[in-house]
Design a protein around this ligand. Structure first.
Ligand code: HEM
Length: 504
């Protein structure tokens, strides 16, 4: 029987024809294909399996949907270069300089910059950020009141704006740090809007393009002013930018131009990825009361008292994982904040049945690979305990990428997520507003919550209960029976039967 995807998507995507039955290639309209990338990726995988390509007007993009192909491409940084920003701007423009951070670098320049930029993300440095993360988390929670209804996606976005700005750009002047963070966040949005328009350039695209180039100039001036203040300051700041400004290697440290690019890319890479990971995890926990109940016990145990996670940095393995760690790992499997990344072939190369010419774009997607039933039985179910025995290859589980370009901020992101979840979940109970339309879509390489995440805040009374919700989230996560519209439209959160009342 044909699935919804098989029957509806070809017309939605503007698919014209299969190029040749023997090859896993579909001719599509790129603009149509990009309109709903989540659906398009899933459709393409269903059509062709582990490797697929789309073609439009002589241009080809290849998609990898298996650990084996991932490994072939991600481990080979010579033949496959990274590319991140769609709009690089003219050669000597501010846009070109602001987009020249790690994610756009390759070869020796990438290796050298990565070695230097990694330094402020080591375990020792991360432990010095812990107090700041705790303080900023508590400031957010002090504003929440039982009975509030809040868009948790927006709360997490705002919270991470504060955390990222402060850790990257300064604990001593949070106002200047947040202003710069805000500017980079706006610039990232503008890049996305203009980047999408680039598929079908028109007057609107040209206006947006000019605006982007102008904004990049203002942003660059702001970062340079901050770098200058760091260089002139007698005190030794602990923020990432200060550490990078002081950095020195055999070649004399990072130039101001390199620092501008790294500051912009670090903020862009850290802000929304971590915010979305938090949002998705809070959603999954609220919708799995049995797991939330066990987690509550762990978070309130003596080991966890004090509201600090036991371990900082990356994940330990297997049985050493706490339930909190298993929850985060499983959440990043089911709903990975980074939905896809890209590479570009630097020479002609054969990948499986496909011959790639120089310059061909290649996409790899944890969103698809993390849902392969051959790797993860019952892939749509949120089962944190699967991680007690599961040891997938780094190319089969890659929420932070894999190989020589593995995310340098992963240990920091994990520490922030652990601290935030621990403090949120011991202080409040969160439930999804019943009847909410919970959607996910892919935008700027990330998996965004489409309509925010409407949640109610309760005191930590242990009355965990799943809420009926609608939306395309049901295509990604098995949340039990999908409710009929009429039965939940008028439901109230406290009408739901709580799993158990837990005494504090
Ligand atoms: C949950 C949060 C995060 C997720 C899901 C995430 C995901 C990723 C992924 C998938 C990549 C690989 C991209 C590729 O191969 O093309 C990556 C790279 C990177 N990430 Fe993260 N990231 C997160 C947090 C952070 C944080 C907190 C920082 C720094 C403050 C950061 C900085 C970077 C940088 C600089 C790279 C580029 C590394 C390179 O090219 O050598 N990320 N991240």
């Amino acid at each position: 029987m044909a699935t919804v995807f098989e029957t509806q998507i070809p017309s939605l995507l503007g698919v014209r024809a299969r190029v040749a039955d023997a090859l896993p290639i579909s001719r599509v309209d790129f603009a149509e294909f990009s309109r709903d990338l989540l659906r398009s990726f899933r459709w393409l995988h269903q059509q062709h399996g582990p490797i697929a390509a789309i073609e439009d007007g002589g241009q080809r993009v290849v998609f990898l949907f298996s650990p084996e192909y991932n490994q072939q491409v991600l481990s080979d940084t010579e033949r496959f270069h990274a590319r991140f920003f769609t709009i690089r701007g003219p050669k000597r423009s501010a846009q070109r300089r602001v987009t020249c951070g790690l994610l756009s670098m390759n070869g020796d320049q990438h290796r050298r910059n990565r070695r230097i930029v990694k330094e402020p993300f080591g375990l020792r440095a991360i432990s010095t950020y812990a107090d700041t993360v705790v303080r900023l988390t508590d400031e957010m929670l002090d504003n929440w009141r039982p009975g509030d209804e809040r868009d948790i996606a927006e709360e997490m976005r705002h919270y991470m704006l504060g955390v990222t700005s402060t850790l990257l750009f300064g604990m001593d002047d949070p106002v200047a740090a947040c202003r710069l963070g805000d500017m980079i966040a706006n610039w990232v949005t503008l890049n996305h809007e203009v980047g999408v328009g680039a598929l079908v350039p028109n007057d609107k695209f040209l206006d947006g393009y000019e605006e982007l180039l102008g904004y990049a100039e203002v942003l660059e001036a702001e970062v340079l002013a901050m770098i200058r203040r760091r260089r002139e300051s007698a005190t030794h700041g602990n923020d990432v930018l200060s550490i990078l400004v002081r950095s020195n290697d055999a070649d004399g440290g990072l130039t101001d131009e390199e620092l501008v690019g790294q500051a912009a890319v670090l903020f862009s890479a850290a802000h929304l990825t971590t915010a979305h990971s938090l949002t998705w995890t809070l959603f999954l926990l609220a919708q799995h009361p049995e797991i939330m109940e066990q987690l509550w016990v762990e978070l309130n145990s003596e080991d966890s008292a004090g509201g600090r996670p036991k371990s900082l940095g990356s994940m330990p393995k297997g049985e050493e994982l706490t339930l909190l760690d298993r929850v985060i790992k499983e959440s990043m499997r089911v709903l990975p904040a980074s939905a896809y990344s890209q590479r570009m072939a630097t020479e002609s190369v054969r990948l499986g049945p496909l011959e790639l010419s120089r310059g061909t774009g290649i996409v790899f997607s944890p969103l698809i690979v993390h849902h392969l039933a051959s790797l993860y039985p019952e892939p749509e179910r949120f089962l944190p305990d699967r991680w007690i025995n599961l040891r997938p290859s780094p190319y089969a589980y890659h929420p932070f990428g894999a190989g020589p370009r593995l995310c340098i901020g992963a240990p920091l992101a994990m520490s922030i997520i652990r601290v935030a979840l621990q403090r949120i979940l011991t202080r409040y109970r969160l439930s999804v507003v019943p009847g909410s339309d919970i959607g996910a879509h892919v935008e700027s390489t990330m998996l965004f919550p489409t309509n925010g995440m409407p949640m109610r805040i309760h005191s930590a009374d242990g009355r965990y209960a799943r809420s009926p919700v609608v939306g395309n989230i049901h295509e990604l996560v098995d949340l039990g029976k999908k409710p009929e519209v009429s039965s939940y439209e008028s439901a109230k959160v406290d009408d739901a039967v709580p799993v158990q009342r837990k005494p504090r």
